[in-house]
Design a protein around this ligand. Structure first.
Ligand code: NAD
Ligand code: UD1
Length: 341
């Protein structure tokens, strides 16, 4: 089976490409490299001993996408390509809607023309918005996320529902990721943020490696056990395997038509202080931090009810918090400058 992976050179994409190859899927990566480097794919090739076909291109170009579908016999698409910086999305919302919403519509139009109907979308826990109770369950209504980034994910889920209503052949899966962290156990591929990291783990790892002085913990006065926010962190290789499980599910369920959402998380909330402690334990060193005011848009606590993915996809996050910390450190310490060698 040949899978087109948009955004496959990025953090989650590169780990998923590796898992797909290990599971004997044939992969074509399509990425404009706006937030990644082909070096990630070279390393995936080394790790797997298999080659990865790479086409540099933008999902907003229907002409370029059409050429890819004409060149390769694509059976399914896994769609990672998107802009993902929450703060930036409030500064340049139109770029986020253009890239994430319009880009997805272009891709879906080309897929429809090409009669390719299997589609897996990178959604996010952010689609539950501010109003949902925890743990989040797929039966909850889509909420109102606080950022244009989050809104773009809700919009695409709506686009997928309408596409499935209109196109009776469509077979879509929305995977709602919680907080992916960690890296492949080899330490050869991992998360390589450009500039100052927005997310917790890359920031902690850069403090540990000496690239940043100290971590700022955004708020210790939340109504949680230790006052800091709680999130559902899952290992990126568990998440990668979730995509393989979703493809296998589509393949098993010939009759399936429509669009189905699955939470991918561990089901546990971990606080920011607990993450810092776990990281310190993994590297046997202290992480300097201070406590600063809350970050706009942060919710106190959320985690997944992942039983639907457990039951239907036959998928479960299996890697421990210790392993997430150790693998983050392995990647960061081996590659202090990411893919820039
Ligand atoms: P990433 O930035 O590492 O990967 C995204 C990839 O898409 C990059 O390689 C980038 O170059 C490419 N890309 C962006 N716009 C493109 C375009 N117009 N055309 C072609 N390629 C384009 O991000 P990631 O963390 O790997 O995230 C992958 C997906 O998962 C995104 O859709 C993101 O919104 C979603 N997601 C991520 C997280 C997370 O915590 N990392 C959580 C929930 C959802
Ligand atoms: C953020 C996004 C979410 C997106 C996800 C993955 C917001 C409001 N939400 O989730 O939409 O899907 O990233 O890209 O931005 N923290 C610190 N110091 C730091 C960085 C983070 O204390 O330097 C705290 C945050 O306040 C939060 C936790 O660490 O409580 C996790 O933060 P982060 O990694 O950015 O993920 P989310 O905020 O959960």
């Amino acid at each position: 089976m040949k899978v087109l992976v948009t955004g496959g050179a990025g953090y989650i994409g590169s780990h998923t490409v590796l898992s797909l190859l290990e599971n004997n899927y044939d992969v074509v990566v399509y990425d404009n490299l706006c937030n990644s480097s082909v070096e990630s794919l070279r390393r995936v090739e080394k790790l797997t001993g298999k080659s990865v076909k790479f086409i540099q291109g933008d999902i907003c170009s229907k002409d370029d996408l059409t050429k890819v579908f004409n060149q390769f016999n694509i059976d399914a698409v896994i769609h990672f390509a998107a802009l993902k910086a929450v703060g930036e999305s409030a500064e340049i919302p139109l770029s986020y809607y253009q890239n994430n919403v319009h880009g997805t519509v272009c891709l879906l139009e080309v897929m429809q023309q090409q009669k390719v109907h299997n589609f897996i979308f990178s959604s996010s826990a952010t689609v539950y918005g501010e109003e949902s109770d925890v743990p989040y369950v797929e039966t909850m209504k889509l909420g109102t996320p606080s950022s244009p980034y989050g809104a773009s994910k809700v919009m695409v889920e709506r686009v997928l529902a309408d596409t499935a209503n209109a196109n009776k052949e469509f077979r879509g899966v929305s995977l709602r990721y919680f907080n992916p962290i960690g890296a492949h156990e080899s330490g050869a591929i991992g998360e390589d943020p450009k500039g100052i990291p927005n997310n917790l783990l890359p920031y902690v790892a850069q403090v540990a490696v000496g690239k940043r002085d100290k971590l700022s913990i955004f708020g210790d006065d939340y109504p949680t056990q230790d006052g800091s926010c709680e999130r559902d962190y899952l290992h990126v290789m568990d998440l990668a395997q979730g995509h393989v499980a979703a493809l296998n599910w589509l393949n098993r369920n010939d009759e399936f038509r429509g669009v189905e959402a699955f939470n991918l998380g561990t089901g546990n909330g971990i606080s920011v202080f607990a993450i810092v402690k776990a990281f310190e334990k993994a590297i046997n060193k202290t992480i300097p931090f201070d406590v600063s005011p809350r970050r706009a848009g942060d919710l106190p606590a959320f985690w997944a009810n992942a039983s639907k993915a457990n039951k239907e996809l036959n998928w479960q996050a299996t890697r421990s918090l210790e392993q997430m910390m150790a693998d983050t450190w392995h990647w960061q310490s081996n590659n202090p400058n990411g893919y820039l060698v």
